[in-house]
Design a protein around this ligand. Structure first.
Ligand SMILES: O=C(O)[C@@H](CO)OP(=O)(O)O
Length: 210
């Protein structure tokens, strides 16, 4: 039997729009972000997807995306579990800084290492590896067992918490995940087998990363 697991990153946030490092800062969606969230719901509906439950982070940009997508799907009544294990990676001292200003100050290469290396944390923050070390145990303990028990599950979260999940599901190494970017509001629909291995993966829309 094929099990349904769909990942969706939140829609554009106020700080995505302003090009600021965000991390655990609890910023709002923009109007465009709300539209992206509704469109994600419509895309999932058009793909024939339905859910029994949803997981989201403790941050409102993911929670609102989840809510708007489920509304658009006509599934706003399903149980939703919120947990900070699914939060964006903590950007530490970079949170609130402009990404272009940071490149000017520390150089293109250093900022790229902080943003996309696997195990180099930004100052005072979390690397992708550290993020994965809290996302994956939560996934294994709380999400995957529900999926394998037959629940169709939506996970609405963040660029880097979802990269950790994609790394695990797609069996990517540290050198491969650094190339993966997950755009706002894009549903990634997986079918898993009874052992949690991926049978199929569909990215429901192409969108540029921001
Ligand atoms: O600022 C952030 O929290 C993240 C996601 O928007 O940025 P990055 O593109 O560096 O992963």
């Amino acid at each position: 039997m094929a099990h349904t697991l769909v990942l969706v990153r939140h829609g554009q946030s106020e700080w995505n729009k302003k090009n600021l490092f965000t991390g655990w800062r609890d910023v709002e969606l923009t109007e465009q972000g709300r539209t992206e969230a509704r469109e994600a719901g419509e895309l999932m509906k058009a793909a024939g997807l339905e859910f029994d439950m949803a997981f989201t982070s403790a941050l409102k940009r993911a929670q609102e995306t989840n809510r708007l997508a489920l509304d658009a799907l006509g599934q706003s009544g399903i149980p939703v579990v919120e947990n900070e294990a699914l939060n964006e990676r903590d950007y530490g001292d970079l949170a609130g800084l402009n990404k272009d200003d940071a490149r000017e100050k520390w150089g293109e290469e250093q900022v790229h290492i902080w943003r996309r290396s696997f195990d180099v944390p930004p100052p005072g923050g979390e690397s992708l590896k550290m993020t994965a070390e809290r996302v994956l145990p939560y996934f294994e303990a709380e999400i995957l067992p529900k999926v394998l028990a037959g629940k169709r599950v939506l996970v609405a979260a963040h660029g880097n918490s979802l990269r950790a999940l994609v790394m695990q599901l797609d069996k990517l190494g540290p050198d491969e995940i650094v190339e993966v970017n997950i755009a706002t509001g894009v549903p990634i629909a997986y079918e898993l087998d009874d052992n949690g291995n991926v049978i199929s993966k569909k990215v429901l829309v192409e969108r540029d990363y921001s």
